[in-house]
Design a protein around this ligand. Structure first.
Ligand code: ADP
Ligand code: MG
Length: 342
């Protein structure tokens, strides 16, 4: 075969392979878009574990009518325009791939209205041919993205979908993760017409731990140790479980770097090391930790799904996290009545 440029559709489907693994990955991308648009109220409606339908509604700033088609094309983004922007990225998205990828493997409708517009417009795009149809529609200020029949045109991928229950479980986890990082945003999650989760926005003066307890469980909230520390531009705060109540499950392990949840080996290692021998090997610490540092000191463009980061000063980050947690645990041990000395 001679070298040829791939048709847009196929190129987008290949890219979708990296970003859109399952319904939960669609929810992650779309909810992140809503947050980038400044939404404070996000509603997620799921049918049949997401394989039948996923509808995300937000009250963000909306997409202007003339940009609807562009929003669906690959490498089209309003979030960066230069390498400089990328190096100091503050938004969750920047690759301009999510909508193009998702729409290439589903039937996608975008309905949006900005504050400047009198009325809303919708853009519809059905997997097989990427022609976008834009027409007038009804919608309050904000955006809805309606994704139907995920993977209808990529049967090999559709086959990998698990039961509705399993897929919905992954969606719940994505919503939990994101809700923990955005206390001032209200999240609602419905499945097959039933309300399943509602995390209202944190009211001013309210205790953040109440909302965290609602998301990850009351028990964690009741037992958790609070910590807060900064060193130069590095700042860490959050909650972690005392060693004596650590369980076998690792289901409450949330580490945020500049408001993005990460599964990072370096950070996990620092946490584990801080517990040291207080934690039997078969036990898992629970934690909800927020770490911030200047955007320029961390590279988020390592993986399309952005689960991993690269710290420019990784040793320093590791040691800062380790000593902060170790000191917090030591202080807790000192304050708690110590059986051995009684
Ligand atoms: P990225 O988020 O990397 O920019 P996407 O494909 O996810 O790429 O989105 C493309 C563009 O569409 C965004 O840059 C943004 O301008 C617009 N957009 C997508 N979703 C929303 C939304 N919910 N509200 C407002 N604008 C949106
Ligand atoms: Mg995006």
């Amino acid at each position: 075969m001679p070298i040829q440029l791939l048709p847009t559709q196929l190129a987008n489907q290949i890219a979708a392979g990296e970003v859109v693994e399952r319904p939960a990955s669609v929810i992650k991308e779309l909810v992140e878009n809503s947050l980038d648009a400044g939404a404070t109220d996000i509603v997620v409606d799921i049918e049949k574990g997401g394989s039948r339908r996923m509808l995300i509604r937000d009250n963000g700033k909306g997409i202007p009518q003339e940009e609807l088609t562009l929003a669906l094309s690959r490498h089209a983004t309003s979030k960066i325009s230069s390498l400089d922007d990328l190096e100091a990225i503050m938004s969750l998205g920047f690759r301009g791939e999510a909508l193009a990828s998702i729409s290439s493997v589903s039937r996608l409708r975008l309905v949006s209205r900005t504050a400047e517009q009198e009325s809303a417009f919708s853009a519809f795009c059905e997997g097989r041919d990427m022609a976008v149809v834009v027409e007038p529609s009804a919608h309050p200020i904000g955006t809805s993205v309606d994704v139907e029949d995920l993977f209808f045109n990529t049967p090999a991928r559709r086959k990998f979908l698990r039961t509705d229950k399993t897929e919905f479980g992954h969606i719940e986890e994505v919503v939990r993760r994101i809700a923990l990082a955005y206390p001032n945003v209200s999240f609602r999650l419905n499945h097959n017409g039933q309300s399943v989760r509602h995390y209202p926005a944190l009211r001013e003066q309210a205790d953040p731990l109440t909302r965290i307890g609602r998301i990850v469980g009351k028990r964690f909230a009741e037992e958790a140790i609070y910590l807060e520390q900064s060193y130069g531009d590095l700042k860490l705060y959050g909650w972690l479980s005392p060693p004596d109540v650590c369980r076998h499950q690792n289901d409450v392990q949330y580490f945020y770097v500049n408001d993005r949840m990460m599964r990072d080996r370096l950070l996990n290692h620092a946490v584990r090391q801080a517990y040291g021998e207080q934690l039997p090997e078969d036990r898992q610490p629970s934690f909800v930790l927020y770490f911030t540092l200047p955007a320029r000191d961390v590279d988020v463009n390592v993986h399309p799904a952005k689960h991993e980061v690269r710290f420019h000063q990784s040793r320093q980050v590791h040691d800062f996290v380790f000593t902060t947690l170790r000191d917090a645990l030591a202080q807790y041990a000192g304050e708690a009545p110590d059986m051995a000395h009684e």
